[in-house]
Design a protein around this ligand. Structure first.
Ligand SMILES: [Zn+2]
Length: 364
Protein backbone atom coordinates (compact mmCIF):
# COMPACT_ATOMS: atom_id res chain seq x y z
CA UNK A 1 0.00 0.00 0.00
CA UNK A 2 1.17 3.54 -0.78
CA UNK A 3 0.58 6.84 1.04
CA UNK A 4 -1.67 8.01 -1.80
CA UNK A 5 -4.05 5.06 -1.24
CA UNK A 6 -4.63 6.19 2.34
CA UNK A 7 -4.96 9.81 1.24
CA UNK A 8 -7.73 8.85 -1.22
CA UNK A 9 -9.70 7.42 1.72
CA UNK A 10 -8.99 10.39 4.00
CA UNK A 11 -10.21 12.79 1.32
CA UNK A 12 -13.45 10.88 0.94
CA UNK A 13 -13.99 11.47 4.67
CA UNK A 14 -12.86 15.11 4.71
CA UNK A 15 -12.64 16.62 1.20
CA UNK A 16 -9.83 19.19 0.97
CA UNK A 17 -12.14 21.78 -0.56
CA UNK A 18 -14.07 21.85 2.75
CA UNK A 19 -11.07 23.53 4.42
CA UNK A 20 -11.13 27.27 5.13
CA UNK A 21 -9.16 29.40 2.64
CA UNK A 22 -6.49 30.32 5.25
CA UNK A 23 -5.86 26.69 6.18
CA UNK A 24 -3.08 24.38 4.98
CA UNK A 25 -4.27 20.79 4.62
CA UNK A 26 -3.26 17.68 2.70
CA UNK A 27 0.10 15.94 2.22
CA UNK A 28 2.56 18.53 3.59
CA UNK A 29 5.75 16.42 3.68
CA UNK A 30 6.79 13.38 1.66
CA UNK A 31 5.79 11.52 -1.47
CA UNK A 32 2.42 9.89 -2.17
CA UNK A 33 4.21 6.96 -3.81
CA UNK A 34 6.06 5.98 -0.63
CA UNK A 35 5.02 2.60 0.78
CA UNK A 36 3.18 2.40 4.11
CA UNK A 37 2.94 -0.37 6.65
CA UNK A 38 2.45 1.73 9.79
CA UNK A 39 0.46 4.92 10.45
CA UNK A 40 0.44 7.18 13.52
CA UNK A 41 -2.41 9.59 14.35
CA UNK A 42 -1.92 12.64 16.59
CA UNK A 43 -3.49 16.02 17.28
CA UNK A 44 -0.19 17.87 16.74
CA UNK A 45 3.07 17.08 14.94
CA UNK A 46 5.27 18.06 17.87
CA UNK A 47 8.91 17.02 17.84
CA UNK A 48 8.05 14.49 20.55
CA UNK A 49 5.40 12.92 18.31
CA UNK A 50 7.79 12.84 15.33
CA UNK A 51 10.39 11.12 17.57
CA UNK A 52 7.73 8.51 18.40
CA UNK A 53 7.23 7.99 14.64
CA UNK A 54 10.98 7.50 14.13
CA UNK A 55 11.29 5.10 17.08
CA UNK A 56 8.16 3.16 16.04
CA UNK A 57 9.16 2.93 12.35
CA UNK A 58 6.02 4.80 11.26
CA UNK A 59 5.66 5.58 7.52
CA UNK A 60 2.82 8.13 7.67
CA UNK A 61 1.90 10.64 10.37
CA UNK A 62 -1.64 12.12 10.25
CA UNK A 63 -2.43 15.12 12.47
CA UNK A 64 -5.27 17.56 12.95
CA UNK A 65 -3.31 20.82 13.24
CA UNK A 66 -1.00 21.53 10.27
CA UNK A 67 2.64 21.61 11.34
CA UNK A 68 3.46 23.97 8.45
CA UNK A 69 1.29 27.06 8.49
CA UNK A 70 3.22 30.11 7.45
CA UNK A 71 5.70 30.71 4.65
CA UNK A 72 8.98 28.81 4.91
CA UNK A 73 12.17 30.30 3.46
CA UNK A 74 14.54 27.47 4.27
CA UNK A 75 14.38 23.87 5.48
CA UNK A 76 17.33 23.35 7.81
CA UNK A 77 17.84 22.02 11.31
CA UNK A 78 18.36 25.62 12.47
CA UNK A 79 14.72 26.14 13.47
CA UNK A 80 11.97 23.96 14.90
CA UNK A 81 9.80 23.53 11.77
CA UNK A 82 12.85 22.90 9.56
CA UNK A 83 14.21 20.38 12.04
CA UNK A 84 10.88 18.51 12.07
CA UNK A 85 10.71 18.43 8.26
CA UNK A 86 14.32 17.19 8.01
CA UNK A 87 13.58 14.48 10.58
CA UNK A 88 10.45 13.36 8.69
CA UNK A 89 12.18 13.28 5.30
CA UNK A 90 15.36 11.70 6.68
CA UNK A 91 13.29 8.83 8.00
CA UNK A 92 11.05 8.64 4.91
CA UNK A 93 7.93 9.50 6.92
CA UNK A 94 5.04 11.14 5.05
CA UNK A 95 3.04 13.80 6.87
CA UNK A 96 -0.62 14.61 6.25
CA UNK A 97 -2.86 17.24 7.93
CA UNK A 98 -6.67 17.34 7.96
CA UNK A 99 -7.79 20.43 9.84
CA UNK A 100 -10.83 22.63 9.12
CA UNK A 101 -11.92 20.14 6.43
CA UNK A 102 -12.16 17.56 9.24
CA UNK A 103 -13.92 20.08 11.52
CA UNK A 104 -16.56 20.58 8.83
CA UNK A 105 -16.90 16.93 7.83
CA UNK A 106 -16.68 15.14 11.16
CA UNK A 107 -15.66 17.01 14.30
CA UNK A 108 -18.84 18.94 15.20
CA UNK A 109 -21.17 16.11 14.24
CA UNK A 110 -19.17 13.57 16.21
CA UNK A 111 -19.03 15.83 19.30
CA UNK A 112 -22.81 16.42 19.12
CA UNK A 113 -23.36 12.66 18.80
CA UNK A 114 -21.29 12.03 21.94
CA UNK A 115 -23.66 14.33 23.85
CA UNK A 116 -26.70 12.65 22.23
CA UNK A 117 -27.97 16.01 20.99
CA UNK A 118 -31.34 15.68 19.29
CA UNK A 119 -32.04 17.40 15.95
CA UNK A 120 -28.38 18.45 15.47
CA UNK A 121 -27.76 21.34 13.06
CA UNK A 122 -24.67 23.16 11.82
CA UNK A 123 -23.71 26.07 14.08
CA UNK A 124 -21.54 28.19 11.73
CA UNK A 125 -22.12 27.33 8.06
CA UNK A 126 -18.96 27.51 5.93
CA UNK A 127 -19.73 25.21 3.01
CA UNK A 128 -22.78 25.09 0.77
CA UNK A 129 -22.75 21.75 -0.98
CA UNK A 130 -23.54 21.79 -4.68
CA UNK A 131 -23.64 19.16 -7.38
CA UNK A 132 -23.25 18.50 -11.07
CA UNK A 133 -25.63 16.30 -13.02
CA UNK A 134 -23.96 13.87 -15.41
CA UNK A 135 -26.10 12.31 -18.14
CA UNK A 136 -24.76 9.58 -20.42
CA UNK A 137 -26.32 7.51 -23.21
CA UNK A 138 -25.39 3.83 -22.88
CA UNK A 139 -26.29 0.76 -24.99
CA UNK A 140 -28.61 -1.48 -22.97
CA UNK A 141 -26.06 -4.28 -22.50
CA UNK A 142 -23.51 -1.92 -20.88
CA UNK A 143 -25.75 -0.04 -18.45
CA UNK A 144 -24.72 -2.05 -15.38
CA UNK A 145 -21.03 -1.61 -16.18
CA UNK A 146 -21.38 2.18 -16.43
CA UNK A 147 -23.63 2.28 -13.36
CA UNK A 148 -20.95 0.36 -11.44
CA UNK A 149 -18.26 2.83 -12.56
CA UNK A 150 -20.42 5.74 -11.37
CA UNK A 151 -21.06 4.11 -8.02
CA UNK A 152 -17.39 3.27 -7.48
CA UNK A 153 -16.62 6.99 -7.78
CA UNK A 154 -19.40 7.76 -5.26
CA UNK A 155 -21.66 9.41 -7.84
CA UNK A 156 -25.33 9.55 -6.82
CA UNK A 157 -24.60 9.99 -3.13
CA UNK A 158 -27.50 11.93 -1.62
CA UNK A 159 -27.55 12.19 2.19
CA UNK A 160 -27.39 8.65 3.52
CA UNK A 161 -28.28 7.05 0.18
CA UNK A 162 -25.65 5.93 -2.30
CA UNK A 163 -25.95 4.84 -5.94
CA UNK A 164 -28.94 7.14 -6.69
CA UNK A 165 -29.36 7.07 -10.48
CA UNK A 166 -32.15 7.13 -13.02
CA UNK A 167 -32.34 5.39 -16.38
CA UNK A 168 -34.82 5.92 -19.23
CA UNK A 169 -34.83 3.75 -22.31
CA UNK A 170 -34.96 5.31 -25.77
CA UNK A 171 -33.51 5.04 -29.27
CA UNK A 172 -30.15 6.53 -30.15
CA UNK A 173 -29.03 7.14 -33.72
CA UNK A 174 -25.65 7.74 -35.34
CA UNK A 175 -23.76 7.18 -38.56
CA UNK A 176 -20.18 5.94 -38.20
CA UNK A 177 -17.93 7.80 -40.66
CA UNK A 178 -14.99 6.49 -42.67
CA UNK A 179 -12.08 5.40 -40.43
CA UNK A 180 -14.18 4.49 -37.38
CA UNK A 181 -14.43 1.18 -35.59
CA UNK A 182 -18.01 1.24 -34.24
CA UNK A 183 -19.15 -0.97 -31.33
CA UNK A 184 -22.58 -1.22 -33.00
CA UNK A 185 -23.50 -0.61 -36.69
CA UNK A 186 -21.58 -0.34 -39.95
CA UNK A 187 -19.45 2.42 -41.45
CA UNK A 188 -21.49 4.89 -43.57
CA UNK A 189 -24.84 3.41 -42.46
CA UNK A 190 -27.35 5.18 -40.27
CA UNK A 191 -27.72 3.06 -37.14
CA UNK A 192 -30.59 3.03 -34.64
CA UNK A 193 -30.02 1.33 -31.33
CA UNK A 194 -31.71 0.93 -27.97
CA UNK A 195 -29.89 3.03 -25.40
CA UNK A 196 -30.47 4.08 -21.83
CA UNK A 197 -30.13 7.69 -20.73
CA UNK A 198 -28.44 7.16 -17.35
CA UNK A 199 -28.23 10.17 -15.06
CA UNK A 200 -26.82 10.86 -11.64
CA UNK A 201 -25.36 13.63 -9.49
CA UNK A 202 -21.68 14.18 -8.74
CA UNK A 203 -19.80 16.37 -6.27
CA UNK A 204 -17.50 18.96 -7.90
CA UNK A 205 -14.35 17.39 -6.46
CA UNK A 206 -15.33 13.97 -7.90
CA UNK A 207 -16.41 15.21 -11.35
CA UNK A 208 -13.20 14.57 -13.31
CA UNK A 209 -12.58 11.12 -11.80
CA UNK A 210 -16.23 10.16 -12.35
CA UNK A 211 -16.22 11.16 -16.03
CA UNK A 212 -12.89 9.36 -16.59
CA UNK A 213 -14.28 6.19 -14.97
CA UNK A 214 -17.51 6.43 -16.98
CA UNK A 215 -15.55 6.80 -20.26
CA UNK A 216 -13.42 3.76 -19.39
CA UNK A 217 -16.51 1.65 -18.66
CA UNK A 218 -18.44 2.80 -21.76
CA UNK A 219 -18.07 0.62 -24.89
CA UNK A 220 -18.40 3.42 -27.52
CA UNK A 221 -15.48 5.14 -29.26
CA UNK A 222 -17.32 8.48 -29.00
CA UNK A 223 -19.43 8.76 -25.87
CA UNK A 224 -22.36 11.19 -25.81
CA UNK A 225 -22.66 12.72 -22.36
CA UNK A 226 -23.74 16.02 -20.77
CA UNK A 227 -22.62 17.76 -17.60
CA UNK A 228 -24.93 20.33 -15.98
CA UNK A 229 -24.20 22.50 -12.97
CA UNK A 230 -27.23 22.23 -10.68
CA UNK A 231 -28.77 25.17 -8.86
CA UNK A 232 -30.26 22.94 -6.10
CA UNK A 233 -28.96 23.83 -2.68
CA UNK A 234 -27.39 20.77 -1.12
CA UNK A 235 -26.51 20.26 2.52
CA UNK A 236 -24.98 23.06 4.49
CA UNK A 237 -21.84 22.03 6.36
CA UNK A 238 -19.77 24.01 8.79
CA UNK A 239 -18.08 24.42 12.14
CA UNK A 240 -19.79 23.16 15.31
CA UNK A 241 -23.27 21.76 15.87
CA UNK A 242 -26.21 22.63 18.10
CA UNK A 243 -29.25 20.71 19.26
CA UNK A 244 -31.30 19.68 22.28
CA UNK A 245 -30.38 17.56 25.27
CA UNK A 246 -32.43 14.40 25.78
CA UNK A 247 -33.85 16.08 28.89
CA UNK A 248 -33.41 19.47 30.54
CA UNK A 249 -30.67 19.43 33.15
CA UNK A 250 -28.85 21.82 35.45
CA UNK A 251 -25.61 23.30 34.10
CA UNK A 252 -23.66 21.32 36.69
CA UNK A 253 -25.15 18.06 35.35
CA UNK A 254 -24.17 19.05 31.82
CA UNK A 255 -20.63 19.65 33.06
CA UNK A 256 -20.53 16.04 34.28
CA UNK A 257 -22.03 14.75 31.01
CA UNK A 258 -19.48 16.78 29.00
CA UNK A 259 -16.55 15.36 30.96
CA UNK A 260 -17.85 11.83 30.37
CA UNK A 261 -18.58 12.42 26.66
CA UNK A 262 -15.13 13.89 25.95
CA UNK A 263 -13.17 11.75 28.42
CA UNK A 264 -11.70 14.72 30.31
CA UNK A 265 -11.32 15.59 33.98
CA UNK A 266 -11.46 19.39 34.13
CA UNK A 267 -13.45 22.20 32.52
CA UNK A 268 -13.91 25.94 33.05
CA UNK A 269 -17.54 26.99 33.57
CA UNK A 270 -19.13 30.38 33.01
CA UNK A 271 -22.76 30.53 34.28
CA UNK A 272 -24.92 29.57 37.28
CA UNK A 273 -24.42 25.90 38.05
CA UNK A 274 -28.07 25.33 39.05
CA UNK A 275 -29.55 26.96 35.94
CA UNK A 276 -31.56 24.64 33.64
CA UNK A 277 -30.22 24.06 30.14
CA UNK A 278 -32.02 22.51 27.18
CA UNK A 279 -30.29 23.67 24.00
CA UNK A 280 -26.55 23.16 23.59
CA UNK A 281 -23.98 24.20 21.02
CA UNK A 282 -20.71 22.27 20.80
CA UNK A 283 -17.74 23.43 18.76
CA UNK A 284 -14.44 21.63 19.39
CA UNK A 285 -11.26 23.73 19.26
CA UNK A 286 -11.16 27.51 19.55
CA UNK A 287 -14.73 28.68 20.14
CA UNK A 288 -14.51 32.46 20.37
CA UNK A 289 -15.73 33.00 16.81
CA UNK A 290 -18.83 30.82 17.25
CA UNK A 291 -20.23 32.64 20.32
CA UNK A 292 -22.36 34.90 18.12
CA UNK A 293 -23.68 31.87 16.23
CA UNK A 294 -24.64 30.12 19.50
CA UNK A 295 -26.48 33.28 20.58
CA UNK A 296 -28.23 33.58 17.21
CA UNK A 297 -29.36 29.94 17.53
CA UNK A 298 -30.78 30.71 21.02
CA UNK A 299 -28.57 28.14 22.71
CA UNK A 300 -28.44 28.08 26.50
CA UNK A 301 -24.83 26.94 26.63
CA UNK A 302 -21.78 26.62 24.39
CA UNK A 303 -19.26 23.83 24.95
CA UNK A 304 -15.93 24.70 23.36
CA UNK A 305 -12.29 25.61 24.07
CA UNK A 306 -9.93 28.60 24.25
CA UNK A 307 -12.42 31.18 25.57
CA UNK A 308 -10.69 34.24 27.01
CA UNK A 309 -11.77 36.54 29.85
CA UNK A 310 -13.46 39.20 27.70
CA UNK A 311 -15.22 36.77 25.37
CA UNK A 312 -16.61 34.90 28.41
CA UNK A 313 -17.82 38.14 30.03
CA UNK A 314 -19.56 39.30 26.85
CA UNK A 315 -21.21 35.90 26.36
CA UNK A 316 -22.39 35.82 29.97
CA UNK A 317 -23.91 39.28 29.70
CA UNK A 318 -25.64 38.31 26.46
CA UNK A 319 -27.18 35.29 28.24
CA UNK A 320 -24.99 32.44 26.95
CA UNK A 321 -23.37 30.08 29.44
CA UNK A 322 -20.05 28.49 28.51
CA UNK A 323 -18.30 25.25 29.33
CA UNK A 324 -14.67 25.63 28.25
CA UNK A 325 -13.38 22.07 28.02
CA UNK A 326 -10.05 23.14 26.48
CA UNK A 327 -8.76 23.07 22.92
CA UNK A 328 -7.05 19.72 23.46
CA UNK A 329 -9.94 18.30 25.51
CA UNK A 330 -12.57 19.06 22.88
CA UNK A 331 -10.54 18.00 19.85
CA UNK A 332 -8.74 14.91 21.07
CA UNK A 333 -11.57 12.76 19.68
CA UNK A 334 -9.82 13.30 16.29
CA UNK A 335 -7.18 10.73 17.23
CA UNK A 336 -9.30 7.62 17.96
CA UNK A 337 -11.77 8.59 15.23
CA UNK A 338 -9.10 8.76 12.48
CA UNK A 339 -7.31 5.66 13.80
CA UNK A 340 -10.52 3.62 13.52
CA UNK A 341 -11.31 5.13 10.11
CA UNK A 342 -7.88 4.29 8.66
CA UNK A 343 -8.13 0.77 10.10
CA UNK A 344 -11.52 0.37 8.43
CA UNK A 345 -10.51 1.67 4.96
CA UNK A 346 -7.31 -0.39 4.91
CA UNK A 347 -9.15 -3.46 6.26
CA UNK A 348 -6.51 -3.81 9.00
CA UNK A 349 -3.78 -4.54 6.42
CA UNK A 350 -1.51 -2.12 8.23
CA UNK A 351 -0.81 -1.05 11.78
CA UNK A 352 -2.42 2.20 12.96
CA UNK A 353 -1.34 3.63 16.32
CA UNK A 354 -2.26 6.65 18.41
CA UNK A 355 0.57 9.00 19.45
CA UNK A 356 1.23 9.50 23.13
CA UNK A 357 0.49 13.19 23.70
CA UNK A 358 -1.12 15.22 26.45
CA UNK A 359 -1.59 18.72 25.09
CA UNK A 360 0.50 21.67 26.25
CA UNK A 361 -1.17 22.30 29.65
CA UNK A 362 -1.37 20.54 32.98
CA UNK A 363 -4.06 21.36 35.54
CA UNK A 364 -2.48 21.69 38.98
ZN1 LIG B 1 -7.73 22.88 16.92
Amino acid sequence: MQIKDIIAGLERLAPKNYAESWDNVGLLVGDGEWPVTKVMVALDATEEVIDQCVAGKVDLLITHHPMIFSKINRVTTGDLTGRKIVKLLGNKIGYYAMHTNFDVSVMGREAAARLNLANPRVLMPTVQEHFYKVVVYVPVDSVEKVRGAFQKEDAGHIGNYSGCMFGTEGVGSFQPEEGTNPYIGEVNEMTFTKEVRLETIVRPERLKATIDAMLRAHPYEEVAYDVYRLENEGNVEGIGYYGYLERDMALVELVKATKEALGIEHVWVCGSLGKKVASVAISPGSGKSVIKHALAANCDVLITGDIDHHAALDAKEAGLMIIDAGHYGTEHLFVPYVREYVEAITKKQLEVVEAKEEGPFQVL
